[in-house]
Ligand binder design. Structure first.
Ligand code: CUA
Length: 327
């Protein structure tokens, strides 16, 4: 056993629970998939044990069988048993996956909350439909879901194929340019979870993550109401200076609703200061982290569309202060 093996074993065990694991289901769809996984594990486990037992049995009997006819009869019985076993195992898996598929895509009435998510290299545009109207509220890289209610997620891509995956809540599904895929999410446990792009989509695929917060319906509604508001920047002089620098330097790519910034190339930053992380789950949100990200995005996430912004130290400090205050 080499030195890395115990570490690997600990890592694999640690992966069984936590906020990004299909083995710790926290929603109806994840539960369905977890049960399907356990069924497949049981069928494959039984097949493995039978094969190993048959192998051991034949090795132990090797050379002891003088009676050729008896051996042929044994072989025939073994072949029959194998055939029946294969048909049985495959039938169980087919029925299990058919039922799981039905459960995953069962419609849950008209009450579903609608969210549109678009994959970009390498971030997530997230839009919430306002109660059956044609109006959508935009945010990015942080998905909030009400506990106990189904959210219907409409998935698309602006560039290459990505894949939406929050393992604790549901299985993954591809986000394909020119196509809308649909996924229902019905979370049952509140808390923070982590979503991750599940399809290799370029150099920063690993840094295409997002935070997911499942909260009580009343809390969720309050959050959505805050998101739907225009930005309310901190009104101190440093914040006002930051807003002016931002409007001059960043507004071609980023929108802050309620100000002149209305770019659509990058994430909407209207309430960015209230988010948990920066650059699609790459670094934890703080004023200092924002300043570092603005100064050196290519060092933190090489290949990102965000260019390094050469700002004077006082301007960079003011912009970070302004953004951190957008809550
Ligand atoms: Cu997007 Cu991988």
């Amino acid at each position: 056993m080499n030195r890395a093996s115990p570490l690997l074993a600990i890592g694999l065990l640690a992966a069984c629970s936590g906020r990004q694991s299909p083995l710790a289901p926290a929603g109806d769809q994840a539960e369905t998939l977890h049960q399907l996984f356990l069924l497949a594990l049981a069928v494959c486990g039984i097949v493995y044990l039978v094969v190993v037992a048959a192998l051991v049995w034949s090795l132990m009997r090797r050379g002891r069988d003088e009676d050729r006819d008896g051996a042929m009869r044994g072989l025939n019985r073994g072949l029959w048993a194998t055939g029946i076993g294969i048909v049985l195992g495959v039938t169980i898996l087919i029925v299990g996956s058919f039922l799981a598929d039905r459960a995953l895509f069962a419609t849950r009435g008209e009450d579903a909350l609608e969210v549109r998510i678009t994959g970009h290299q390498w971030w997530w545009r997230i839009e919430y439909r306002v109660g059956g109207t044609a109006r959508w509220i935009e945010t990015a890289n942080e998905l909030h879901l009400p506990r106990g209610r189904t959210t219907r997620v409409l998935l698309g891509s602006a560039d290459v194929i990505h894949s939406f995956w929050v393992p604790n809540v549901a299985g993954k599904i591809d986000m394909i340019p020119g196509r809308r895929n649909v996924l229902d999410l019905t979370p049952r446990q509140s808390g923070w979870f982590r979503g991750q792009c599940g399809e290799y989509c370029g150099m920063q695929h690993a840094h295409m993550a997002f935070d997911v917060k499942v909260e009580e319906p009343a809390q969720f509604e309050a959050w959505l109401a805050r998101q739907s508001r225009m930005a309310r920047p901190v009104g101190d002089s440093r914040g006002m200076h930051g807003q002016a620098v931002f409007a001059r330097t960043c507004s071609a790519c980023h929108a802050v609703r309620g100000t002149t910034a209305s770019g659509r190339a990058g994430p909407d930053l209207t309430h960015v200061g209230a988010r948990r992380s920066i650059a699609a789950g790459t670094i934890t949100m703080s004023r200092g982290a924002l300043q570092g990200w603005i100064a050196q995005p290519q060092a933190l996430k090489p290949g990102t569309s965000m260019p390094a912004i050469p700002l004077a130290p006082a301007d960079a400090d003011a912009v970070a202060h302004y953004l951190a205050g957008l809550r």
